[in-house]
Ligand binder design. Sequence first.
Ligand code: HEM
Ligand code: HEM
Length: 200
Amino acid sequence: MTTPAPVPLAQSSTAQASWRYTHTAMLLHWIIAVLVIGNVVLGLSADSLPDDWVRPVIDTHKSIGITVLCLVLLRILWRVSHRAAAVAGRLSGLGTAAAHVAHFVLYLLMIGLPLSGWLHDSAWKDAATHPMRLFNLFPWPRIGYVTRLDPALKESLHDRFGAPHAWLGYALYAMLLMHVGGALKHQWIDRKSVLKRMVP
Ligand code: HEM
Ligand code: HEM
């Protein structure tokens, strides 16, 4: 017995042109996805690496994080200045609303994670003697308001910003489980080709 081909979501004569994301939106989605997932691996593995690996790995983690922050700002600008992919027509009203909320939360996490990491790093007591360099190519500033604070206050802020950085990480794992699981479920179980909306 042959399995029917997945049906594109919201494919109708009027929606044809816009049921998929634009190529730029797809490119930004996949570059950021790879960087975010890679950065989670680097962030989580930092503590279990040999001593002489820790510094280069954390420095790379910081550079990737700042790159994500810049790319996500670009992505939001693109998103608000271009017509979004048509709403997934075959999802229920509730399903569509849940997808919108999940995407919005993912955008918040893509901003919140690098920002909290940058704040945490700016309050680091050794920041002055370890200047930040993006991929070891050119200097990147710390957040001046934080670096100028009293050292004792900075020490406590370092922990206070580190905790939300880790919590946002936990929220990201949960959201990604739902996001990726949801995309694969629609694709393979519901037989709706949601992936095609995001794959060139
Ligand atoms: C293997 C991993 C991933 C897969 C298979 C995947 C798949 C998809 C698909 C199919 C869509 C289109 C959904 C639709 O509108 O119908 C989408 C949208 C989206 N994805 Fe992913 N994704 C992945 C990783 C990520 C990661 C790591 C993030 C961010 C942390 C992310 C954030 C988003 C956002 C925010 C949207 C909504 C885009 C918009 O409407 O502007 N995705 N993803
Ligand atoms: C896409 C953006 C980012 C993601 C997804 C991310 C994720 C993570 C995760 C999951 C951890 C491990 C937390 C834990 O222990 O549970 C971590 C640790 C850390 N992150 Fe990030 N991060 C990002 C951006 C940044 C940025 C921009 C900076 C600094 C400029 C930064 C600095 C750090 C530092 C210093 C640690 C602690 C490493 C250690 O000593 O164990 N992160 N990050």
